[in-house]
Ligand binder design. Structure first.
Ligand code: COA
Length: 139
């Protein structure tokens, strides 16, 4: 899509972004509840990016930078608008934003069953790395 702008999230996007994430990630666990994630993220930094055209959001992603590594999270494009380079635009914008912060390496996690997303990230130069991903929920 030619007329899509990639930009930083602003407060007016909150409702649309929550709907977008619920549409693309309908089975997310309760700790990923969109409004909670948006508000928690905004309390820490402003690294949420959206793809917008004429006031409508078609995609979004988040990034994080801890001073050592950059991370990408929650990349989402509305199903009917995929394969129009919106996802690529979001990732490229997020990576450029991380680079401006001094970040030299960007990581991301993909569910092992998500082969299509691996193909997508491979097309942008990301490569599979031999790591074991671990996590814990904090009560
Ligand atoms: C992954 C996702 C963001 C890609 O967005 P997109 O806007 O469709 O991606 P692009 O149009 O920029 O694709 C760029 C290239 O990636 C590859 N690609 C993208 N989607 C692909 C798919 N489903 N299967 C195979 N290759 C794919 C292609 O090489 C594509 O180039 P082409 O269209 O010229 O062949 C989108 O499919 C999505 O929202 N998926 C569901 C959410 C998700 O799983 N997010 C990631 C986990 S955090």
């Amino acid at each position: 899509m030619d007329d899509v702008t990639i930009r930083k999230y602003c407060d007016e996007d909150r409702g649309q972004l929550a709907v977008l994430w619920r549409t693309v990630f309908p089975n997310d666990p309760p700790h990923n509840e969109p409004e909670y994630v948006i508000d928690a993220k905004r309390a820490v930094d402003d690294l949420i990016f959206v793809a917008e055209s004429s006031g409508t959001l078609y995609g979004a992603c988040m990034a994080g930078y801890d001073g050592h590594r950059g991370w990408l999270y929650a990349l989402a494009v509305l199903p009917e608008y995929r394969r129009k380079r919106i996802g690529s635009g979001l990732v490229e914008y997020a990576v450029r934003s991380l680079k401006l912060l001094g970040c030299r390496k960007v990581n991301l996690q993909i569910r092992s069953t998500n082969a299509e997303v691996e193909t997508f990230y491979s097309s942008l130069g990301f490569r599979r790395e031999d790591r074991l991903s671990m996590g814990t929920l904090i009560d």
